[in-house]
Design a protein around this ligand. Structure first.
Ligand code: ZN
Length: 136
């Protein structure tokens, strides 16, 4: 077993390996599999293969600078979307007890207890006061 590990480590030496875009491509691959099951078409098969081949190509690539650039572009697009998804999940989870509002000065997201009416809030980030109205 140690021999296999050594051979694998030797093979992967100088290659790019795994990053966030690799996982994103695998998730895309699984989504295409599910779409292919629901709506059978050869297009899903082509897209599945393309995403898997690209993920493997990136993993074994020796052009590390180019792969890092691609990952940076991916993260630039993915991180704002991920933030929105996490916020959406939190809003659903805390729907009975809390409300989320943006600070009017710094756009920070503030979690407030669910109390009807108009309230004055102090932003924990910029310390500015602003009024918030919670309807339900
Ligand atoms: Zn603020």
């Amino acid at each position: 077993m140690n021999s296999f590990r050594y051979k694998l480590a030797t093979f992967m030496h100088g290659r790019y390996g795994i990053d966030q875009l690799y996982y994103g491509l695998l998730v895309t691959y699984v989504i295409f599999i599910i779409l292919n099951i629901i709506f059978p078409s050869f297009i899903w098969g082509i897209l599945m293969t393309a995403s898997l081949v690209y993920a493997l190509f990136r993993m074994f690539s020796k052009n590390i600078a180019a792969r890092q650039r691609e990952n940076r572009v991916f993260l630039k697009l993915w991180n704002p979307l991920k933030t929105e998804l996490v916020l959406c999940k939190d809003r659903c989870k805390d729907f009975r007890t809390a409300r989320y509002r943006h600070c009017k000065h710094c756009r920070a997201i503030i979690k407030l207890p669910k109390k009807r009416g108009k309230h004055t809030v102090i932003c924990p980030c910029c310390k500015e006061r602003f009024s918030v109205r919670i309807i339900l």
